[in-house]
Design a protein around this ligand. Structure first.
Ligand SMILES: Nc1ncnc2c1ncn2[C@@H]1O[C@H](COP(=O)(O)OP(=O)(O)OP(=O)(O)O)[C@@H](O)[C@H]1O
Ligand SMILES: [Mg+2]
Length: 258
């Protein structure tokens, strides 16, 4: 059975898509079978990996095709793409069991992968709730911006509700700082704030953070792999270090910091 991870934060632009792509690439580089699911109508993940098929996750949710039929094989990991049609899921799925549609849709492919990583949109609407209902755990990327940090408490409330009504075993694996510049005073202040918040919410903050590098934008604009793109060496190193920390906590059952 795959471990299903939702990458989520309702704040826009905090590197959800970048993190989904990077950790899918790192995990598959280490020999794991990985499926990345674009679950954002913006389709940014699909664009950045050049996944252009019309067999998108929306058709899967509508039960027009199976998840197997929507899977596109890339060089290192598989992907199910999304496009703007997914924005109408709110209307199309407005019926009983609407929170469970993604969970159900992924069941036929669950045994084929070690990890399924879901990129979520910047909102706490039905799509994100579907992702949380399908997921085993959530990773919350955040920048050191005030609003991004503020969003974490709101996200936490949604998680509480999903746990209560749809998915009792859901857990937040941790908060990951992205686009982080440890030298600025604001970053230091925000890091302290998130440390306090993570203690209050009993949600670990990963020790690893992802540095701010402009080349990430360039790599994505050219649909290139951010792990091998020239100028992204630090980003590749950071995401590798992050996966080391993630897997270490998973398999060694080390006590969490909080
Ligand atoms: N470590 C980084 N350093 C610098 N820029 C980055 C980094 N990670 C991501 N970016 C850039 O930040 C922008 C937002 O990233 P991304 O699209 O991954 O965020 P997102 O949370 O998925 O956004 P949305 O909420 O719109 O889905 C992109 O232009 C991306 O290239
Ligand atoms: Mg995104």
């Amino acid at each position: 059975m795959a471990k299903i991870i939702a990458i989520s934060n309702q704040k826009g632009g905090v590197a959800k898509t970048t993190t989904t792509q990077a950790i899918a690439a790192v995990l598959s580089g280490r020999g794991y079978k990985v499926l990345a699911v674009d679950f954002d109508p913006q389709g940014n993940l699909s664009d950045s990996v050049n996944a252009t098929s019309d067999n998108t996750v929306y058709e899967v949710l509508k039960q027009a095709i199976t998840a197997n039929e929507a899977v596109q094989a890339l060089q290192c990991f598989d992907v199910i793409s999304a496009n703007i049609l997914l924005a109408s899921a709110d209307q199309t799925l407005a019926q009983t069991g609407k929170e469970y549609r993604l969970k159900e849709a992924l069941e036929p492919v669950n045994t084929l992968y070690d990890y399924i990583i879901i990129d979520t949109p910047p909102s706490l609407g039905l799509l994100t709730i579907n992702a949380f209902t399908a997921a085993d755990e959530i990773i919350i990327p955040t920048t050191a911006g005030k609003f991004a940090v503020k969003g974490i408490s709101e996200l936490f409330n949604t998680v509480k509700n999903v746990k209560k009504y749809c998915n009792p075993h859901l857990k937040i694996r941790g908060i990951l700082f992205t686009k982080f510049d440890p030298r600025t005073n604001n970053s230091k202040d925000m890091k302290m704030l998130v440390e306090k918040l993570s203690e209050a919410l009993e949600t670990p903050l990963f020790n690893t953070y992802i540095r701010n590098r402009v080349a990430v934008d360039e790599a994505q604009a050219r649909s290139r792999d951010i792990l091998t793109f020239s100028g992204c060496e630090d980003i590749a190193a950071d995401y590798n270090k992050f996966i080391d920390e993630y897997l270490e906590r998973e398999y060694d059952k080390k006590p969490l910091k909080y």
